[in-house]
Write a protein that binds this ligand. Sequence first.
Ligand SMILES: Cc1cc2nc3c(=O)[nH]c(=O)nc-3n(C[C@H](O)[C@H](O)[C@H](O)COP(=O)(O)O)c2cc1C
Length: 339
Amino acid sequence: MLFPLVRPLIHSIDAERSHRLTVATLKRLPALPPPRPDPALAIRVAGLTFPNPVGLAAGFDKDAEVPAAMLGFGFGFVEVGTLTPRPQPGNPRPRLFRLGEDQAVINRMGFNNGGQPAALARLRGRRSGIVGVNIGANKDSADRVADYALGVTTMLAVADYLTVNISSPNTPGLRALQDPAALTALLDVVMEARGAGPPLFLKVAPDLEPADIDAIARLAIDRHVDALIVSNTTIGRPGLASRHAGEAGGLSGAPLRPLALQRLADFRAATGGALPLIAAGGIASAEHAYASIRTGASLVQLYTALVYEGPGLAKRIVAGLKDLIARDGFTSIEQAVGA
Ligand SMILES: Cc1cc2nc3c(=O)[nH]c(=O)nc-3n(C[C@H](O)[C@H](O)[C@H](O)COP(=O)(O)O)c2cc1C
């Protein structure tokens, strides 16, 4: 419960700087051992057994520098990335904004990362826990589909699962890969590249029309995608109060939650439970995580709430989920999915 005391200090520093300081500090400290898993909260998705359903969303540990530290904070899994084939600087700063009054963040980082080869080397020595690798295309790539194929073949040896991220609003034109014809071509290529490799997840935007949702759901099932992550940040600006509300980029955190939860329900309806779903968007409490699970998510992920709630959040959500399933008479979290 120390975090509320240091939060004003941390939040007095520029958002990107304080994030960099956080990662640098975590790198220097020894990682805590992951907490002892509770069998009632374990869940099997895409052939993997997750010790609990609460994951760290992509974007916090873009370069795979601190996955063990984050697992030590109680996350059931950590998604590193987005990683592109070649290193790239991302957009000019400032590009990350806290919206305190809204418990939100706007970012237009633009896939700043050190590239896949460096992350690959870092992940090679890794021991335990579930670490997914989120891949994307370089901004200046002449062939984006080829970038995804290369990302899959480069990273599959160190990934417990791979996420194909076609939903960042900060790489111009990237989200066009969600259009049915483009998505068909992309999925054919990445599934071929994956071969007998790890499960492959697809991460979608919340800013989709009903027709897109049906088409994406059908294609994902048809091409044997292993799970959908719903969702990335939104380009919408639903009723914000903060002075940074007008910044360009993707909005995450509390104001995203109603939209992300609606999209989760839409994808659950469109897939009829045929495809595991992973919820992301504004999840900040056990109640939020549980609502997503009851709506049909097998797993949840979060990032923005960490900025406001601090590193103890994952453990608090996991403990709260245990109480919530007991309250509703379930003996395992698996029974609550879509119930
Ligand atoms: C600063 C920041 C950077 C992000 N970078 C990525 C990224 O590189 N790749 C990605 O798939 N999602 C990225 N995201 C999106 C998150 O993974 C997540 O889908 C979204 O923020 C909604 O969850 P939240 O409201 O819990 O943050 C980023 C989010 C934030 C706030």
